[in-house]
Design a protein around this ligand. Structure first.
Ligand code: BGP
Length: 478
């Protein structure tokens, strides 16, 4: 790449969504109920995401945004035509496990579910858009939660392997980019949303979560193995909710705590990318008397089946401190909260806005793993208010994205190999953390409010043409 080019030729510009946040049609064509279909909007949502849920059936008095979402299941051709108009080279989406295996362990897959994604990939390929597929973006069939406790059970390893092999066999001529678990570290923070795990008070939380993590890590390695065997040349990655943790002061205790916080997330990727459990994890298990059951063959499987690239989401960096007074100055953030960073502004949802942190995080991941990176989520959730003519001049989103894309181009100049950028929510979709439509990320506005009212009509925001030019010029317009 010549020095003056900011992005490599063939850079995979695009956008990213998740099945449960766009598709809707939550029980259509044979699809089974999933954990994310049990997340209502409102005050209950957070507790349920954390694993404290009373019933595995939707409550008729609640509103569940995933049930209709933005009806992508029926509108995908129109939406993909808009992505093609922006010049997308890639589009990241997830497959809902319960569309393929409604109960998770059905003997035969649900043909209507397989056909839906076949048609979706055909539509993308018709527009020369590369599908980038997340095998599990939080979805777990409720039946597996009900009968086996979801990822608490080793049974899910082989069920996930069978699900993955079904996808690889079916889509081997259409999909070259895969990733196993979306934000695999989410499991530690929001166990029910991340992995369908229901917790009860008397259980040892760390024992349950790190045993479940081991099951997901083994399942991920089995999927990597199968993908390489069934689709030679395909790239299969992991996916981390990233964002460096800064020490609030130069107090070595703060520095150590910040490193420890990052290792909590790196733990998963260390195993998926380097193939071995790091020493600090073994020490953590010992110090906390955790007995993680591993089966014969697990170690070799992990070692021999590491990922081809590191996918990650970046929204914000974080701050931590050992000072209880400082710790009180909390702000929110994707998955994990943070102390307010006095050097950074925050979004309307309190998420830190730190473009330099994006360059720092990309360098940190490259230094640690020395494997290609793929930015598969980045964006600004904001309240987009149409004006009297229905226009949305989202200059604030253009500013956020410009700053972050410039930071990413600096990381590439630092020698960090980044293969693509799929901005989160190229079209307005359901927020994962709050279930709101009001928290909009898109270049495309969708007429739907937090309660499901609206026409679902799509319209272009100011950022639509802005991003179209970024892609057309391969980033030179930034
Ligand atoms: C990540 C998820 C995405 C997306 C994103 C934005 O955790 O991988 O599903 O939702 O967060 O968060 P939110 O939708 O809560 O604004």
């Amino acid at each position: 790449m010549e020095n003056n080019k900011r992005f490599p030729e063939g850079f995979l510009w695009g956008g990213a969504v998740a099945a449960n946040q766009v598709e809707g049609a939550y029980l259509e064509d044979g699809k089974g109920l999933t954990n994310v279909d049990l997340l209502p909007t409102g005050p209950e949502r957070r507790k349920i995401m954390e694993g404290y849920i009373q019933s595995l059936k939707p409550d008729s008095g609640d509103f569940y945004p995933s049930h209709e979402a933005i009806d992508f299941y029926h509108a995908y051709k129109e939406d993909i035509a808009l992505f093609a108009e922006m010049g997308f080279k890639s589009f990241r989406l997830s497959i809902s496990w319960a569309r393929i295996f409604p109960n998770g362990d059905d003997v035969e897959p649900n043909e209507a579910g397989l056909q839906f994604y076949d048609d979706l990939f055909d539509e993308l390929l018709k527009h020369d858009i590369e599908p980038v597929v997340t095998i599990a973006h939080f979805d777990v069939p409720v039946s597996l939660i009900d009968r086996f406790g979801s990822w608490k059970s080793r049974k899910l390893v082989n069920l996930f392997e069978k699900y993955s092999i079904t996808l690889f066999e079916r889509y081997k001529n259409k999909v070259k980019y895969w990733m196993t678990f979306n934000e695999i570290n989410m499991l530690l923070h929001l166990p029910f949303m991340g992995a369908g795990i229901v917790l009860d008070e008397e259980e040892n939380r760390n024992q349950v979560l790190y045993q479940a993590a081991h099951h997901q890590l083994v399942a991920s390695a089995k999927a990597v193995k199968a993908c390489h065997e069934i689709i030679p040349g395909a790239q299969i990655g992991c996916m981390l909710a990233a964002g460096m943790t800064y020490a609030y002061t130069s107090n070595p205790e703060d520095v150590w705590k910040a490193m420890d916080r990052d290792r909590e997330s790196f733990f998963f990727i260390d195993v998926q990318s380097r193939g071995v459990y790091p020493g600090y994890a073994s020490r953590f298990f010992e110090d906390n008397s955790l007995d993680i059951k591993m089966e014969d063959g697990d170690e070799a499987l992990l070692k021999e089946n590491t990922v081809d690239y590191i996918g990650f989401s970046y929204y914000s960096s974080r701050c931590t401190s050992t000072d209880p007074e400082i710790l009180k100055q909390q702000t929110s953030g994707n998955v994990f909260g943070s102390i307010k960073n006095p050097y950074a502004r925050v979004s309307e949802w309190g998420w830190t806005i730190d473009p330099k942190g994006f360059r720092i995080t990309a360098n940190q991941l490259w230094d640690r793993y020395q494997k290609p990176l793929f930015v598969v989520e980045n964006g600004l959730g904001a309240v987009d208010q149409p004006d009297e003519n229905g226009n949305i001049d989202d200059d604030y989103r253009i500013e956020y994205l410009s700053e972050h894309l410039n930071a990413m181009s600096e990381a590439i100049k630092d020698g960090v190999e980044i293969i693509g950028y799929t901005s989160w929510g190229p079209i307005d979709i359901v927020s994962a953390s709050t279930g709101e439509m009001k928290k909009r990320y898109g270049y495309i506005y969708v007429d739907r409010d937090n309660k499901g009212n609206g026409t679902l009509d799509r319209s272009k925001k100011k950022s639509f043409d802005w991003y179209k030019e970024v892609i057309e010029t391969n980033g030179e317009s930034l």
